[in-house]
Design a protein around this ligand. Structure first.
Ligand SMILES: [Fe+2]
Length: 334
C-alpha cells in the first residue's frame, strides 16, 4: 500500500529558475512521481492550498515570498502542516539552516542537487507522509463512529460538535496550551464513543434507568478510554473521556474523583456539556432560555457537581456573544 502511495505521489517543485525546475523534475519523473511546478512563493502556496500535494521542494531565494515564508505558511495551517517540506538551497551557513528549522522545514538539500540524495530523501519523507495519512484515516474512523452513536438519538444531534467548539473556546479563554485545545476538540467529538458497548434499548430509553441498566451505562467512560488509548495522536484524550462524568463532590463515576483530582480538561468538557444539554431540546423538556440555563448551572455548581470558576468563565463567554464568536473563530487554529 505504501508503495502505491509513494509511486503516485504528487511533488511540488518551487523554484524561480526554470532550468533547476526541469532538472529536478527529470530526476523525479524517472521514478514515476507526478510533478507540479511553481515559479515563485505565492504560486507555491496557492498550489499547496488547492492540490493534494505529498511533498514540497522549495527554493529558498525566490521572488515575492521566500522559501522560509512559504514553509512557515504551510506548517502553520492545520490542513497542510503535515506535508513534508524540503528547502533546496545554496546556503550552507548554520544560521540559515537554523532559520529553516525554525520555519518547520523537514529537510534540506544543497544545490547543485545530487540525484541519489534527492531520491533517498524523497522516498523517506513520502513514507512518513503515508503513515501520517493513515493515522489521519484512523482518526476519521473514530470520529465517524462517535457521530454514528450520536445519530442514534435525534435529541443529541450536533451535540458533539457544539461541545467541542465550546470546550476549545473555553480552553483558549483560559490560556491553556494548544495541545490541551487539540485534545478537547477530539474529546468533544468522541467522549461518548464507549456507548458503542451499551445496548440500544438502554441508550434511547426515555424513562429512568433501572439500577442494572445504570451499571451498564456507567461503563461507557472506561470503555471509551480503552478504545481511544492505542491512538498515539489522541494523547490526553483518553483521560478526558474517562473522567467526563466525575463530579466535584466525588459523587460522579467511574472513579469518584473530587475537585482538582478531576483533570482540568475533563472539568472544562463537563461545563460545556451541561450548558449545551440545558440549552437544547430534550425529550423530557424544551431547551431552557439562556438565563435559566445559567441559573441551573450555578445551582448545580453550588450543589458540588461542577467547577464553579469554570461555570463563571462559561457564563462570561456565552453572555458576551460577540466575544464567543471571535473566540470560537480563534480556537479553530487548535
Ligand atoms: Fe458520557
Amino acid at each position: 500500500m505504501l508503495n502505491t502511495v509513494t509511486e503516485k505521489a504528487l511533488i511540488l517543485i518551487a523554484d524561480d529558475d526554470e532550468m533547476i525546475r526541469q532538472l529536478i523534475a527529470a530526476m523525479l519523473s524517472a521514478e514515476g512521481y507526478r510533478i507540479i511546478f511553481a515559479a515563485d512563493g505565492d504560486q507555491a502556496l496557492e498550489i499547496v492550498r488547492s492540490n493534494l500535494v505529498d511533498l514540497v521542494l522549495l527554493d529558498v531565494m525566490m521572488p515575492g515570498k521566500t522559501g522560509f515564508e512559504v514553509c512557515q505558511a504551510i506548517k502553520s495551517q492545520p490542513e497542510t502542516r503535515f506535508i513534508p517540506v524540503v528547502l533546496v538551497t545554496g546556503l550552507s551557513r548554520a544560521d540559515e539552516r537554523i532559520q529553516g528549522i525554525a520555519c518547520g522545514a523537514d529537510d534540506f538539500l544543497s544545490k547543485p542537487v545530487n540525484c541519489q540524495e534527492l531520491l533517498a530523501r524523497t522516498r523517506s519523507l513520502l513514507r512518513l507522509k503515508a503513515f501520517t495519512d493513515e493515522l489521519e484515516n484512523a482518526e476519521t474512523v473514530f470520529f465517524s463512529l462517535a457521530l454514528s452513536i450520536e445519530a442514534k438519538d435525534p435529541y443529541t444531534k450536533g451535540h458533539c460538535d457544539r461541545l467541542a467548539n465550546y470546550s476549545v473556546a473555553l480552553a483558549h479563554r483560559l490560556g491553556l496550551p494548544q495541545e490541551q485545545g487539540v485534545a478537547l476538540r477530539r474529546a468533544g467529538i468522541v467522549h461518548d464513543i464507549g456507548k458503542i458497548a451499551v445496548p440500544e434499548h438502554i441508550l434511547i430509553k426515555r424513562g429512568p434507568l433501572t439500577p442494572d441498566e445504570w451499571a451498564i451505562m456507567k461503563q461507557h467512560p472506561g470503555i471509551g478510554e480503552r478504545i481511544c488509548s492505542p491512538l498515539k495522536s489522541f494523547r490526553f484524550v483518553p483521560q478526558i473521556i474517562r473522567h467526563h462524568h466525575e463530579k466535584m463532590d466525588g459523587s460522579g463515576y467511574p472513579d469518584g474523583l473530587k475537585g482538582d483530582q478531576i483533570p482540568l480538561a475533563a472539568r472544562i468538557l463537563q461545563v460545556a456539556d451541561v450548558y449545551d444539554a440545558l440549552t437544547t431540546d430534550r425529550p423530557y423538556r424544551a431547551a431552557l432560555p439562556q438565563e435559566l440555563a445559567i441559573a441551573t448551572m450555578r445551582e448545580e455548581a453550588r450543589r458540588g457537581w461542577w467547577d464553579s470558576s469554570l461555570v463563571e468563565e462559561m457564563v462570561a463567554m456565552v453572555t458576551g456573544s460577540r466575544k464567543l464568536v471571535e473566540e470560537t473563530e480563534m480556537s479553530l487554529s487548535f
